[in-house]
Design a protein around this ligand. Sequence first.
Ligand SMILES: [Zn+2]
Ligand SMILES: [Zn+2]
Length: 242
Amino acid sequence: MYQTLLKPLFADVKTFVLDTLFPIHCLACEKENREFICVDCKMWLKKLEFQRCVVCQKQAAFGKTHPGCMTPRCADGLIGFYDYHDKKVAQIIIKGKYNFLPSAFRSLAELIAPKISADHPHLLSATPLALSPIPLHTSRHRWRGFNQAEILCRTLSAQLNLPIAEVLQRQKATQIQKDLKKDQRLKNVRGAFKLKPGANVDGQNLILVDDVATTGATLLEAAGVLKRNGAKSVWCLTVARD
Ligand SMILES: [Zn+2]
Ligand SMILES: [Zn+2]
């Protein structure tokens, strides 16, 4: 009786009360909505027109690091989906982080998961393969209450049926990259990561996940740690690219 009749009724009442007390607004257009990204904004978020090399930032087929830019400890490539210069894209990510809304990142991951399978199948072909979130420093994680890269990984893991390997940790608190110039960004992240005690990435193929890539300095630094520890391939995946 409870299962068949009352439970759905209570679920409806709960949704109604929550929607009335805490109406959700689309983070991009601010219209009242049931999700953090409304259907219209989902359609019109500006996609990247082409992929760029994570090292030299110039156009690169499938996001693969140019052979001339590649070194033994370099990331094999970077795939981004949306253009961070699009105000709506930036607003969703910034508000998601600074208004403490992990659901915004669940919605973004749901948007990009089918695009990964459809447009970048090469990213999923390596075995064994796992998703690895770029970690936040403990102090920032505690302040925000969540790591957006972990939220992205969890949703992508469920949708793409891939395991998560939380193998990295931050060993120094870095300044927020977006406030720094390019050469300062490189210095800022140098030595920022190390392998978690007991983690083993030898022979692993990993996809490093983060919300935004600007210069790619953070991703390159993290990929370097994984490669130094024996990772076979390291690709980077971000929702947006600056
Ligand atoms: Zn909207
Ligand atoms: Zn290049």
